[in-house]
Design a protein around this ligand. Structure first.
Ligand code: NAP
Length: 514
């Protein structure tokens, strides 16, 4: 039994207030607790501003990259121990835990490498300079400098390692100290990661602080140079975006929220081909990996009406083959959802979808005496028009097949009814269909993953977020953007146009001066 502590101002601080209990979601055993209070937010913020920020900004981009490289290696060294914690407190199978942990270390390593390609400077040059006067003597150049604020990172429970790692990588490389808030149900993994970061002494003092309990009071203290990066549900996202202080002071806020992601099968896709194989494989992974608790998981499966029976039968066969049980057992492929609250929400969500769908497999009924288990649940919509299909995120191993005509216009309309998505996946070898579909859904999606005969076995599926391309999406998905190489640093950098005598501007800030 452990009571998780926060790390602020260079020391571990016990929480205060009513405890929230942490469980093993497979056995319901009590593992520890988190208490909401105990942290002096103003002091923590001042520590980041006055100690961590200056220390990071004194380093060049490649030097900051060295810190990320060392952090990645340190976390990787403890991989086995961390996998075990993710299994016990998060309900993660070994595969789920590796997805989270390797995503964390891989993203830190990606940004470490990116940093090694940047100039040994403390600012970045943004694009080419441009003539502004009658002659080239009066010149303009955009530069990017580190904002002298703090990065408040609010993470969701489903990716305690990756969520923290990917946000830290971008902020620290940009020269901004981080304050990391863990999602409560799986906070034990985030807490252990925080211990590793602190004990390693890799980061300068004040560059890293960690909050096990609540952080909402801190939002009222932030000012213009601070940044909030939030990952979680759209309801909490809206609450944070609407915080009066954040609005009044124009504090930068990046929101990564939920999304009713679609997988779209083209009419051209034939039985037995690699395109169909990819589609079936990726949908099965998305429904069962992390017990469906991925913001990128497929919730809507758009299938031409004539192929629905075949697709449903193949998915049922694959989903039945996924062994569910205690995630620490080696041959188990799907664990429980993370908490009793999640179990309740997922069951209620499945029931709401069942009001407009036929049940092909599974359902909300209890499947074990102990533990927060939900059986993989495949539904089939009676009509594509039911709003709940496009609006309700059931954050568990559940997805709905939505029959459609096979026409591209209808696929576009249905995919966009999600109101803004993190990712849509498209499976087709009909280039005209794919081109029209991408053009029609791109404004509503942050990422579009194209599966075809040529891509089979070439890459991770649409559920994987890779640091080289952006993660985020418009509307419902939060309207934010993370990662995408250097783009991921932008919430933490200020772009400034420097205008003046070209000799002065170029010498200090031109290309090559970086
Ligand atoms: P959540 O309930 O919205 O919580 C997210 C985070 O916000 C947690 O750290 C939570 O702390 C904190 N929080 C809650 N209320 C707050 C407030 N008033 N002020 C400041 N912080 C507050 O979401 P979740 O249940 O952890 O995560 C599941 C959801 O996240 C799903 O909807 C999923 O789709 C979404 N998600 C999105 C992405 C993405 O990248 N777009 C990635 C992963 C998950 P406590 O845990 O202590 O309440």
């Amino acid at each position: 039994m452990i009571s998780l502590q926060s790390y602020v101002q260079g020391r571990w601080v016990a929480g205060t207030g009513d405890p929230k209990t942490l469980h093993d979601p497979a056995t319901e055993a009590v593992l520890g607790d988190v208490r909401p209070g105990g942290v002096d937010f103003a002091a923590a913020l001042a520590h980041a501003h006055q100690v961590g920020g200056p220390a990071l900004r004194a380093l060049t981009f490649p030097q900051r990259g060295e810190l990320l490289k060392a952090l990645s290696a340190k976390i990787h060294e403890h991989r086995d121990e961390l996998i075990e914690i993710a299994g016990r407190n998060g309900g993660n199978t070994r595969g789920d835990a590796k997805f989270d942990l390797d995503g964390c270390t891989g993203t830190l390593a990606f940004y470490a490498h990116l940093a090694s390609t940047l100039p040994a400077a403390r600012h970045l040059v943004d694009g080419d300079g441009t003539q502004l006067g009658r002659t080239p003597r009066f010149w303009g150049q955009h530069i990017l400098t580190s904002r002298p604020g703090a990065a408040v990172h609010i993470n969701a429970f489903n990716f305690p390692a990756w969520g923290m790692g990917e946000k830290m990588a971008c902020a620290l490389l940009a020269g901004v100290p981080v304050l990391e808030k863990a999602g409560t149900p799986s906070a034990m993994l985030a807490h252990r990661l925080a211990q590793l970061v602190v004990d390693s002494k890799i980061l300068p003092e004040g560059a890293f602080q960690f909050f096990a309990g609540s952080i909402s009071g801190m939002l009222d203290l932030l000012s213009a140079q601070d940044t909030v990066a939030f990952t979680g549900s759209s309801v909490t996202g809206a609450l944070i975006r609407g915080n009066k202080n954040l609005v009044a002071r124009n504090v930068r806020v990046n929101i990564e929220a939920d999304s009713i992601n679609s997988a779209i099968l083209g009419e051209d896709v034939e039985t037995g081909g690699d395109t169909l194989e990819q589609f079936l494989g990726n949908v099965t992974i998305d429904m069962t990996q992390k017990a469906g608790q991925k913001c990128t998981a497929v919730r809507r499966i758009l299938v031409p009406a004539g192929k629905v029976a075949e697709v449903a039968e193949s998915l049922v066969e694959r989903l039945k083959a996924v062994r569910m049980g205690n995630p620490l057992d080696g041959d188990v492929r799907m664990g429980p959802v993370a908490s009793a609250e999640q179990l309740r929400d997922v069951r209620a969500g499945i029931q709401k979808l069942q009001a407009v769908c036929d049940t092909v497999l599974g359902g909300p009924q209890a499947v074990a005496d102990k533990g927060y288990f939900v059986t993989p649940t495949l539904l089939k919509a009676r009509s594509a028009d039911a709003a709940v299909l496009h609006e309700l995120e059931v954050f568990g191993p559940c997805a709905s097949i939505i029959p459609y005509s096979g026409r591209v216009e209808e696929a576009i309309d249905l995919a966009n009814r999600g109101g803004g998505g993190l990712v849509a996946s498209v499976y087709s070898d009909d280039r005209a269909f794919v081109e029209a579909l991408v053009a029609g859904i791109a404004p509503w999606h942050g990422r579009i993953w194209l599966g075809s005969e040529k891509t089979h076995g070439q890459a991770l599926g649409p559920g994987a977020v890779l640091p080289g391309t952006i993660h985020g999406g418009p509307g419902r998905a939060g309207g934010g953007e993370e990662l995408g190489g250097l783009r991921g640093l932008m919430p933490y950098l200020q772009r400034t146009a420097v205008q003046g005598d070209r000799a002065v501007v170029d010498r200090a800030f031109g290309k090559g001066q970086g």
